[in-house]
Design a protein. Structure first.
Lengths: 596, 203
């Protein structure tokens, strides 16, 4: 038995090994192996990316102005956010300034993505980790109505309404078509909601399914097309013609009014349905305090949503920027993505080769040379691994570190940083939520805290959309219709060598693209994505990553139904919508479920 | 409004992963080569999940192009119609993007807005583990036959496509057209090209 200590965790890999192996090809594969002790508590966790994926291999030699279109395709979920990061990287490299309206429209698109992603994540990808659909069939619609009305004034709350939904659900289940509800661990003791709360949540699942379609229209209007909106180095590709009547391609007053009404409905739905549901569900899981992982120690946010155009400094970014290390909330460190000492990728436990693997490399100097070798204690073969050996190399994901620290990224990180900065937009909603639930601040450092921060952020993003929409209208009324700067569109205006970095806060965390341009072509392109930060492996010092840390010391009610593992992994909104195969210790497939 | 039932033609898949691009390339080719009546929408659905729900719900007829693992010989085209198109996760693995798209269909059904008719034109892939690669010849050769089948269905649905003499609209950015995509690919020496199959468990 070996017990290794790192970051306050004791890693003990002597217990039985359970493998959770998603298979998907959208954003890369994620597999997790854990060791569970005799009390069914997780004592060791290993997170591995099992798919090679590198942007440099498809972008090298291409026109930097085209990179966004490729990066938009690497992920099935956050298309727009990669495209935005890409155009920002190119603009940074070539010193291209964008018009105010372009900045506002990009923010509105990014905020719409946040709202959509958070809402869909909560109701359609994550709620079923907390909500038992089958139990909802047993609910009393009258009591459900009373519950709903006690938490919100949302009008769809009559007993008859809940009865109708319950009947629909019954019909659906009885026909043997569980559809999106298939593969749940219904009846698992880790589910704690009474039937009425389950019915309310499932009802809102359906309402959210209907409502999410509206949010997407913001992308269609500004991006010209969906699901892959158009982007443009130098601004946004949509023209504005206020007087235009349905002109093709141009945005007119009618379109703007539609966006305005969608923003209003987003605010309404999030504040009257999403956030109250979050509080109601959380109130039944108050003592399920697991999953905090690194969030109480090391969190990172690059920041996003520039208030005015072309200023990417911390003070101009409305989503907070900064780093907290060693749990010291009194000190928020400045983050500089150009500093070679800050963001670095390590490969000591990744399937790559560096000349010196005790050190990390900054993405501009990133080296991607594969080296697929397995640790001595690996079980299985190179083509069919049963158990990984985390003492050796074990992941295709590199291990990013900030000044040498493993960091968590995502909504919870942003809220912790905003809270530590005493920014009332982030601190006040957290304090209110904790007060409503009667919980101390430390409760936020948990799986539930991560889920809650996402809901609060959805509300923040909806209200911020209103702010930027009003700002856009004021600009347009003042006669500023400019949406793109094409002064440096022609490559002959570019320097021979250039390098730049673009960043955003994607719904699931900090996203950076680092580009080098040589003779007007892409020479090197490195993306460090949120799931790399959160899902990366150990480094040379043995420090574990955010996913790994979050699973530590969590009790599992049933080892063959690792609902708790999925609950915590899902709370990060990992960038993959894929089916997961749950394997027993001997590698036999036990169940197949979805991890997203 | 034309009064004709609305038709959605959807190309599903990821054009960055070799034959997974089949569906998207078919949709692109249909839009470029044929003039279509106004009730027909041709869309590159990519690997999007719920983003596609509004479009699916608005359609009364849905025709999907996709790379599908039928267990057939590579490059084989097979057409599946109506209830045969497996809609639910946990069903026998058929489409490589089923988890995203089957959930869309299941959700549309849950909301009572599944299209009345559903046709899947699928091609058995040759190669998937080639990030940045394009369609293999055997799969590329099925684009024409797939379009023929699509045209038959569209004609049956009262929306007969008319071959164009000029170039039709492009669904995607110029840089992603098949020619530009293939020509701009970094050399094998510059790029480690292989995806990694070592962890993919066979169902």
């Amino acid at each position: 038995m070996t017990v290794l200590e790192t970051q306050g965790f004791k890693l003990d890999n002597s217990g039985k090994r359970v493998v959770v192996d998603p298979v998907c090809r959208i954003e890369g594969h994620l597999r997790v192996e854990v060791n569970i002790d005799e009390h069914n508590v997780i004592r060791n966790a290993v997170s591995t990316g099992t798919m090679w994926r590198g942007l440099e291999v498809i972008l090298k030699g291409r026109d930097p102005r085209d990179a966004w279109a490729f990066t938009e395709r690497i992920c099935g979920v956050c298309t727009g956010t990669h495209a935005l990061t890409s155009v920002r990287a190119v603009e940074d490299a070539l010193n291209i300034k964008i018009p105010e309206n372009a900045n506002i429209i990009r923010n509105l698109m990014q905020l719409a993505l946040q709202i959509h992603d958070h809402l869909v994540h909560f109701y359609h990808l994550h709620a079923l980790d907390w909500v038992d659909v089958v139990s909802a069939l047993k609910a009393d619609p009258k009591k459900t109505s009373e519950l709903a009305q006690s938490i919100s004034s949302w009008p769809l709350s009559s007993p008859g309404y809940f009865r109708d939904v319950q009947n629909r659900l019954k019909k659906f289940v009885e026909s043997g078509q569980l559809g999106p509800f298939m593969n749940g661990y219904w009846g698992n003791p880790a589910y704690r909601l009474p039937p009425e709360a389950n019915l309310m949540a499932v009802t809102h699942y359906l309402e959210a399914l209907d409502f999410q379609k509206e949010i997407v229209k913001i992308h269609t209007i500004f991006g010209g097309k969906n699901p892959h909106p158009n982007w443009l180095v130098g601004g946004v590709p949509c023209a504005i013609n206020m007087e235009g009547a349905g002109a093709v391609g141009a945005i007119n007053m009618e379109r703007l009014n539609l966006i305005s009404s969608i923003i209003d409905r987003c605010i309404e739905f999030i504040d009257m349905v999403y956030v109250p549901d979050l509080v109601a569900i959380a109130s039944f899981y108050k003592d399920w305090t697991y999953g905090g992982g690194l969030s109480s120690q090391c969190v990172l946010s690059y920041g996003d949503i520039p208030d005015v155009a072309n200023d990417y400094s911390a003070k101009n970014l409305l989503l907070p920027r900064g780093a907290i290390i060693n749990g010291d909330l009194t000190k928020v460190h400045e983050v500089d993505l150009r500093d070679p000492e800050q963001v670095q990728e390590h490969v000591a436990h990744s399937w790559y080769k560096y000349a010196d693997e005790t050190k990390g490399l900054h993405p501009w100097d990133g080296v991607t040379e594969p080296n697929f070798e397995l640790g001595k204690a690996t079980k299985g073969t190179k083509t069919k691994i049963e158990n990984l050996d985390e003492a050796g190399k074990y992941s295709w994901i590199k291990a990013p570190r900030w000044r040498g620290h493993a960091m968590e990224v995502g909504p919870l990180s942003r809220y912790v940083i905003g809270y530590a900065q005493n920014n009332p937009e982030f601190k006040e909603p957290v304090d209110k939520l904790l007060k409503d639930l009667g919980l101390p601040l430390k409760a936020i450092f948990s799986t539930l805290g991560r889920t809650a921060a996402r809901g609060l952020e959805a509300s923040w993003a909806a209200h911020k959309s209103r702010y930027f929409f009003d700002k856009l209208m004021a600009n347009l009324k003042a006669g500023d219709l400019s949406t793109a700067n094409i002064e440096k569109w022609d490559p002959s205006t570019w320097p021979k060598d250039a390098k730049g970095v673009g960043f955003t806060e994607a719904p699931r965390g900090a996203l950076g693209h680092w580009i080098r341009i040589k003779d007007t072509r892409i020479d090197n392109y490195q993306a460090v994505v949120p799931t790399t930060w959160n899902g990366g492996p150990r480094d040379a010092k043995g420090q574990i990553g955010a996913f790994e840390a979050s699973l530590m010391d969590t009790p599992v009610a049933k080892a063959d139904e690792p609902l708790e593992i999925l609950r915590t992994l899902h709370s990060f909104d990992p960038c993959m919508a894929c089916s997961t195969h749950v394997l027993s210790p001997d590698g036999q497939e036990m169940a197949s479920i979805k991890v997203r | 409004m034309t009064g004709h039932p609305s038709i959605l033609v959807l190309g599903i898949g990821n054009l960055l992963w070799a034959d997974e691009g089949f569906g998207v390339r078919c949709a692109e080719a249909l839009a470029e080569r044929f003039a279509l009546p106004p009730q027909v929408t041709v869309m590159d659905g990519g690997t999007q999940g719920l983003y596609l729900l509004p479009y699916v719900e608005d359609a009364r007829r849905l025709l999907v192009f996709d790379a599908v693992d039928y267990g057939d010989a590579p490059g084989t085209l097979r057409i599946v119609v109506g209830d045969e198109v497996p809609r639910f996760m946990g069903a026998k693995k058929m489409s490589l993007h089923q988890t995203g798209f089957q959930e869309v269909l299941a959700s549309a059904e849950l909301l009572g807005r599944l299209p009345d008719e559903l046709v899947l034109i699928g091609c058995q892939p040759v190669e998937l583990e080639d990030f940045g690669g394009s369609l293999r010849d055997a799969v590329k050769a099925q684009i024409g036959p797939a379009l023929d089948v699509a045209c038959e269905w569209l004609t049956r649905w009262g929306a007969a496509p008319v071959p164009r003499t000029d170039a039709g609209p492009r669904l995607n950015a110029d840089s992603l057209t098949m020619d530009a995509y293939e020509a701009g690919r970094p050399s094998e020496r510059d790029a480690w090209r292989l995806g990694d199959a070592r962890f993919i468990r066979e169902d």
